[in-house]
Write a protein that binds this ligand. Structure first.
Ligand code: NAG
Ligand code: NAG
Ligand code: NAG
Ligand code: NAG
Ligand code: NAG
Ligand code: NAG
Length: 700
């Protein structure tokens, strides 16, 4: 991964030497003058504070935060995780911020024992290694937790093994054509291929499998890092399973573990991640039909078979589910003019192991933004709106910390949250990536034009991003894989998620450590600095801009694109006219709002009446996203209320937008398929109309 080791060259460094320092001082002096002579907000002043934010970046602060956060593994609910809570809290307090620690009591899951053995008919028994390469014991002293699947049921299974490739429904169809039935067998699957861990187990269970063994394809070029074992949760949905829909506060209501609503969140069969080498031992001994070429791992012989095997496997897993206390930590900067409008900047803190990438590269960036905001405040800055830094716990178990808090504060957030800015695995390698709800696209473009690229001299992140892909491509937040899920998909808060690099090989393994970070992903921490730059500027703009930088014309265009995609696959029996009409309504509401923004911005900010007009426009911009929520939610996943972005229930559901429509299209066997699709089209159209009405801001 030598391309990761690009050294910033000398002139890049010189930007931070004497010249830089004097520029910094000039900025401070000028801001000082403005603060004295212009007690009211002045756009020039705002720009100077943005400059101060950018020029106060340092790589050594971020690096030292990351080193401290990753000194021990810190799984949620365990003792070592308390150290990170203390570290983050103390950091905020030392900066002089109002700080809050909010505990929840929730159900978590830990491993006790696991074993996998192969039993041959001649009596030979092989016990397969389950540890990661070079790691022999997972004990209290290292506090490293053994590879496992959180919320897997305990159990012993004895059966033949079938290899099911990625474990998709198509893969089982292919097995069926080979006349291989996995019923009563243990299924072996390779991670990747688009399905989440929980979905892989769910499908295997539906096919009658007794248990699931999962491995990630080993890659020799990655060295020993390729031999980590991927931990992760297999729980369905998000949040504490004992308190579905409400917050898991101490002494609050909770369901019994046996309750249907609780047990339906867990798989019915055990599963376990396996080291690549152990998986290979099983795969190499399988009998049965030859595996299709594309199922085989690189480097494996052409004689790979899918099973069932000539041997039995005893797969045993023992775990415990138990109540544990988790802690979200917050720091608050009260807005001066609009303290009741919130810009939330969040990252989770809990990790499966050391968490250098996942998630503490993000935590280090968050702490550095806090440091820089505090510096700006000492120079007279005070944001217009309230900024809330959020350090979530128990994200790895299923977004539990953020979900419980969102459930607890749903009404306040619904009325007051302007945006949620998430960063999870901030730095995984090279290349900038962004996901967002579309009304934030333009702001992301503007901000990335202001932040220096960490790997390319004399270029901004935007420059590199656009040259790399031909265009800057913003992803949509349709997955349920980080803490933006409750904010966007349950509460309808416009959201962002940004990161550097993707698909890092040490994901959820014991090798996600500080040393991997400095050897592979970000040797000098300039990618961390870049993420903090974009994230922090987004926060400043959303907190300070007199009129919220939310552009719904981008949203309308994106929705139009989705509609066009649908009209390409649906036949004439389905009418997309309601969708077209609602998108038209949103387009004109967006044009009107943008026009008003332009007109209001051209005026001097002097009188109270104007201030109220601006506030009213901002409310419309903030609330329009909530229109996409629907009380009934997504069919089959009713907690998810957002009809544009959210999880799909059908594993064959192919569109990453309009989950309800996508699911209905995937249900090809239903007799009332057309009616179901049409109904889902109407629901989405009504949601878009609600958003348009909120943006227009008038009932007549
Ligand atoms: C039993 O069979 C296994 C798998 O074919 C083989 O590896 C092992 O050497 C055999 N053991 C004996 C004692 O023959
Ligand atoms: C697989 O075997 C089970 C149990 O014998 C049977 O119920 C099921 O119908 C079979 N599935 C297929 C696809 O043949
Ligand atoms: C395996 O199959 C591939 C493609 O059919 C072929 O190129 C390769 O030579 C085969 N390898 C062996 C060891 O037979
Ligand atoms: C399977 O392994 C477990 C744990 O090692 C053991 O307790 C159990 O007896 C084994 N079952 C069989 C049938 O060998
Ligand atoms: C900060 O960046 C400089 C220049 O790239 C580098 O020499 C230094 O080692 C970096 N510091 C840390 C802590 O990575
Ligand atoms: C934009 O605003 C101007 C000034 O208020 C108004 O004259 C014009 O009609 C507006 N245009 C649209 C498309 O709303």
């Amino acid at each position: 991964m030598s391309q990761n080791l690009t050294k910033p060259n000398s002139s890049f460094i010189s930007k931070r030497s004497p010249l830089c320092t004097s520029l910094f001082l000039v900025i401070l002096v000028v801001i000082g003058l403005y603060t004295v002579h212009h007690p009211h907000r002045n756009p020039k002043n705002a720009l100077l504070f943005q400059q101060l934010f950018l020029s106060s970046a340092t790589n050594y602060t971020v690096s030292s935060y990351l080193r401290s956060l990753t000194s021990h593994p810190h799984v949620a609910g365990t003792k070592p995780s308390l150290e990170t809570i203390h570290y983050v809290k103390t950091h905020f307090q030392n900066l002089g911020f109002e700080t809050h620690t909010v505990p929840f009591r929730t159900l978590l899951s830990y491993p006790l024992h696991a074993s996998v053995s192969m039993h041959f008919s001649n009596g030979t028994v092989f016990n397969l290694p389950l540890n990661e390469m070079g790691i022999t014991n997972y004990d209290v002293s290292s506090s490293l937790i053994q590879p496992y699947h959180a919320f897997s049921p305990s159990g012993t299974t004895l059966g033949k093994v079938v290899f099911a490739n990625r474990g998709t429904e198509d893969d089982y169809d292919a097995l069926g054509r080979m006349e291989v039935n996995v019923s009563g067998c243990i299924v072996m699957v390779k991670k990747g291929g688009g399905l989440g861990r929980g979905a892989v187990v769910e499908i295997a269970e539906k096919m009658g499998a007794l248990g699931v063994l999962m491995y990630a394809e080993g890659d020799i070029s990655r060295g020993s890092f390729g031999f980590g074992v991927e931990r992760g949760t297999v729980m369905r949905g998000v949040g504490d399973p004992l308190t579905p829909g409400w917050a898991g506060v101490e002494d609050g209501e909770r369901l019994e573990l046996e309750d249907n609503k609780v047990s339906e969140r867990f798989p019915g069969i055990p599963s376990l991640p396996l080291p690549f080498k152990s998986a290979q031992l099983i795969l190499e001994s399988l009998g049965g039909p030859l595996a299709p070429q594309e199922w085989r791992d690189s480097g494996r012989s052409n004689l790979s078979r899918v099973g069932p095997g000539l041997f039995m496997v005893n797969f045993t897993y023992q775990g415990e589910k138990k109540l544990a206390t988790i802690y979200n930590v917050f720091a608050v900067i009260r807005g001066l003019e609009e303290p009741d409008r919130y810009v939330l900047m969040g990252n989770h803190r809990d990790a499966w192991t050391y968490g250098a990438v996942d998630p503490n590269s993000g935590t280090a960036a968050l702490l550095d933004i806090a440091r820089r905001y505090a510096l700006m405040m000492r120079k007279g800055w005070n944001p217009r709106r309230t900024i809330i830094f959020c350090s979530w716990d128990a994200e790895e178990f299923g977004m539990i910390g953020s979900t419980e808090w969102v459930e607890q504060n749903l009404v306040n957030l619904g009325a007051k949250a302007v945006a949620y800015l998430n960063v999870d695995c901030a730095v995984q390698g090279p290349g900038f990536f962004a996901g967002a709800t579309p009304q934030l696209d333009n702001l992301i473009f503007e901000v990335t034009k202001k932040v220096k690229d960490p790997d390319l001299e004399f270029a901004t992140i935007y420059d590199k991003w656009t040259t790399m892909n031909g265009k800057s491509n913003i992803e949509r937040l349709t997955g349920v894989d980080s803490d933006f899920a409750p904010f966007l998909q349950h509460a309808g808060v416009p959201s962002v998620d940004i990161y550097y690099g993707r698909d890092f090989p040490v994901y959820h393994t014991a090798f996600d450590s500080f040393s991997w970070m400095i050897n592979h992903a970000d040797p000098f921490f300039w990618r961390h600095v870049a993420v903090a730059g974009v994230w922090g500027l987004l926060g400043i703009r959303l907190a300070d801009d007199p009129i919220l930088p939310l552009d719904y014309l981008s949203y309308a265009k994106q929705l139009q694109g989705y509609k066009d995609t649908l009209s390409g696959v649906l036949d004439a029996s389905i009418s997309l006219a309601p969708l077209a009409a609602s998108i038209q309504e949103l387009t004109s509401a967006a044009k009107q709002a943008n026009n008003e923004t332009k007109n209001l911005m051209a005026r001097e900010f002097t009188n109270d009446l104007l201030a109220l007009k601006i506030r009213a426009l901002n409310d419309r911009l903030m609330l329009a996203e909530r229109g996409f929520l629907d009380t009934d939610g997504i069919k089959g996943k009713e907690w998810f209320k957002h009809l544009i972005y959210g999880p799909r229930i059908g594993h064959r559901s192919e569109f990453d937008f309009f989950p309800g429509i996508s699911d209905a299209i995937a249900e090809s066997s239903r007799r009332d398929r057309d009616a179901t699709i049409q109904h889902e089209v109407w629901r989405v159209a009504r949601a878009i109309q609600r958003a348009a009405a909120a943006l227009r801001g008038e009932v007549f």
